[in-house]
Design a protein around this ligand. Structure first.
Ligand SMILES: C[S@@+](CC[C@H](N)C(=O)[O-])C[C@H]1O[C@@H](n2cnc3c(N)ncnc32)[C@H](O)[C@@H]1O
Length: 301
């Protein structure tokens, strides 16, 4: 993208934020973006509209946004007519958000709840907004330093988190959707595959942010397995056991399965699972890790 919209963009019932709006809101509220919270705010209405379009959000959806910041993406989500909860860690930023929505999209204010919290602490118990939804979706421009832990934590704790569309650092996006055998396939890729399917959904340049980050960004789309599909449906599959094997195998990723896992699985496990112990963990699909966990369990692990 060569040119940015620097002015407010009119939309049905309100406005999206341009660069001039973002700077004014920040100055007004005495907010300077901090590295500690990964604060790079989107200043381009075209980018937030693209994210929302890729997410496929519509008026019937209930959306969780982690890290709404000054409200760029929040307004684009609200523009669709969706209901949403925005969870922000930084108090001054969270406190300012309702005023921004009231100013730029007053009719949507009733569809937004702002929660001041660390996304890593969220549980269905302390975030009951989503308790009655069959599924809900996460749409976020995630803080880059904690993006992967936030995704894995939310997937583990919220069974009804059905899909997400997130913007993360390009390298992280590549890892999240990497396939077995590639250099960048790692624990985030294989653990995410336990829950569903991740796919790259495009790259985003640095000039759509304020301040501009020194890394490139990309979008990742994720869809959770249907309840009757995926590794979690194996009769004996136990997520904690499978994840412990994954951590052990990738902890020594240059070693063979035999060497990396000999202390954690009983003798004969690989034969029973039908998996060559001379392979490296970085070549295994999540289903193959499940087979090893199943075999180890049957052998009394
Ligand atoms: C990359 S900025 C995105 C801001 C906004 N969504 C945008 O696109 O302009 C990340 C946001 O996440 C917030 N944040 C950082 N760590 C967080 C955490 N653990 N839980 C919730 N919010 C967090 C930051 O304060 C910041 O507002």
């Amino acid at each position: 993208m060569s040119e940015l919209d620097t002015h407010t963009t009119p939309t049905m019932g309100g406005h999206l934020l341009g660069a001039a709006d973002i700077r004014r809101i920040a100055a007004d509220a005495g907010i300077s973006p901090t590295k500690k919270f990964g604060q790079n705010f989107v200043i381009d209405p075209g980018t937030v509209r693209r994210i929302v379009r890729e997410a496929g959000v519509g008026a019937d959806d209930h959306v969780l946004e982690v890290g709404p910041g000054l409200g760029s993406l929040t307004l684009a989500i609200l523009e669709t007519g969706a209901r949403m909860t925005a969870v922000e860690i930084d108090s001054p930023v969270a406190q300012r958000l309702p005023q921004t929505i009231a100013e730029f999209m007053p009719d949507a204010a009733a569809r937004l709840r702002v929660v001041r919290a660390d996304a890593l602490t969220l549980t269905p118990g302390n975030l009951p907004d989503f308790r009655d939804d069959a599924t809900f979706t996460l749409v976020a421009n995630l803080p880059y330093n904690v993006a992967t832990p936030i995704l894995l934590t939310l997937l583990e704790r919220f069974d009804n988190l059905g899909s997400f569309l997130v913007m993360v650092q390009k390298e992280v996006a590549d890892r999240l959707s990497a396939q077995p055998g590639s250099k960048i396939y790692g624990t985030p890729s294989v653990k995410l595959a336990w829950y569903g399917t991740a796919q790259p959904a495009g790259t985003i340049g640095r000039n759509v942010f304020w301040p501009a980050p020194n890394v490139d960004s990309a979008l990742v789309r994720f869809d959770r397995h249907a309840p009757d599909e995926g590794p979690a449906t194996h009769a004996s599959a136990d997520r904690a056991a499978v994840f412990a094997l994954i951590d052990a195998a990738f902890g020594q990723r240059r070693k063979t399965l035999h060497a990396a896992l000999k202390k954690v699985v009983p003798e004969g496990t690989f034969e029973k699972a039908g998996i060559d112990a001379a392979r490296r963990g970085e070549t295994l699909t999540v289903d193959e890790f499940v087979r090893i966990a199943d075999a180890a369990k049957e052998l009394g692990a």
